[in-house]
Design a protein around this ligand. Structure first.
Ligand code: THU
Length: 158
């Protein structure tokens, strides 16, 4: 029997100002996108912004529905939008920002499991790592690839 460990490393920043200009632009776009969230039930607004290999930034926000499971998270809204509009572009970096009462959360909002699985598939489709940036007012976490937030990814194509 062997006990194994999975180690994850990521970069933590204390403010958006510490990010590279490109990442700062994406983080800002995610925060801005949260303003378009439709959240009459949770009142938790999430914005997502994706930088594509064609240079475009595509955004999304969470859209809720009275029939709860019919709603969708910000990340999947953005990814499906990107894939539907630009199927040949690679999703290079995805930034997420969660806001409560019109304020960016202090600690970053982290993506749900279903969104991570969808990220994993688009990363595989794109053929290179998708970076993930989780944006909070006091902390920002940057991961180099989806594998780091979804260890032991399900992949039936392997
Ligand atoms: N939500 C997102 O949009 N992204 C996440 O990463 C976590 C949760 C949404 C779903 C729902 O509209 C609200 O936040 C509260 O769970």
């Amino acid at each position: 029997m062997t006990t194994r460990e999975i180690n994850i490393s990521y970069t933590e920043y204390d403010s958006i100002g510490q990010l590279s200009p490109e990442d700062r632009e994406l983080a800002t776009a995610a925060i801005k996108a949260s303003e378009n969230a439709y959240t009459p039930y949770s009142h938790f607004n999430v914005g997502a912004a994706i930088r594509l290999s064609n240079g475009k930034i595509v955004t999304g926000s969470n859209q809720e529905n009275m029939a709860y499971p019919s709603g969708l998270c910000a990340e999947r809204t953005a990814m499906f939008h990107a894939a539907a509009q630009y199927p040949d572009a690679v999703m290079e970096t995805l930034a997420i920002a969660g806001c409560k009462d019109g304020e960016l959360c202090r600690i970053p909002a982290t993506p749900c499991g279903a969104c991570r699985q969808v990220m994993a598939e688009y990363q595989t489709r794109g053929g290179r790592p998708m970076e993930i940036i989780m944006v909070g007012a006091e902390k920002i976490w940057k991961f180099s690839r989806v594998d780091d937030i979804l260890p032991l990814i399900f992949d039936s194509l392997k």
